[in-house]
Design a protein around this ligand. Structure first.
Ligand code: NI
Length: 179
């Protein structure tokens, strides 16, 4: 059963840890991917990385458009950003591990990502100037122990973390974002 209780909330060392590559796509990895997709849809997120459910392996799930009820999930095993270029764009991002806040993060607008799918096929994803481009970079950051607040300058980061602590204290839950 997927619930928001599964989501690891910041601060937590599991969100600051480099995740291990997946050597073999065994049943436990397929189960983990299914579980993460349930969690992602249950919290209305557009992506989720394994460390956010406490598993320190290189696995990401993404679905940037299911508002019409049609799900189009991608499961990325050992994803690598092979191209990140184009103009830098600042986009407000939320994160299931930081309920109650939104952070403006500047990232390259064009990315190419290579990853295995659950069948072991090498897939190539290209995205430019859209939510997918942002989401891929945000989720792959998680596998490297990097969260959205790590992109901020120290003072901004302190302010955001303070805002986050207040939001948590006020009862913010995963999937809720602030201004
Ligand atoms: Ni996140």
């Amino acid at each position: 059963m997927a619930t928001v209780e599964d989501i690891v909330l910041a601060p937590d060392n599991r969100l600051k840890t480099e995740c291990a590559p997946i050597e073999e796509i065994a049943d436990e990895i397929r189960d983990l991917a299914a579980h993460m997709l349930e969690d992602m849809y249950a919290t209305e997120g557009c992506g989720l990385a394994a460390p956010q459910v406490g598993e320190l392996v290189q696995l990401v799930v993404v679905d940037v458009d299911y508002s019409d009820g049609k799900r189009n999930p991608y499961v990325l095993v050992n994803p690598r950003i092979v191209v990140a270029d184009g103009e830098e764009r600042e986009t407000p991002e939320g994160c299931l591990s930081f309920p109650g806040i939104t952070v403006k993060v500047s990232r390259p607008s064009h990315v190419v990502v290579e990853a295995r799918n659950l069948d072991g096929d090498l897939m190539r994803y290209e995205a430019a100037d859209n939510l997918m481009a942002v989401c891929l970079q945000h989720e792959i950051d998680h596998l490297n122990g990097i969260t959205m607040v790590d992109h901020l300058r120290p003072l901004q980061r302190l302010r955001k973390m303070h805002e986050y602590e207040e939001a948590l204290a006020a009862g913010a839950r995963p999937g809720e974002v602030g201004e």
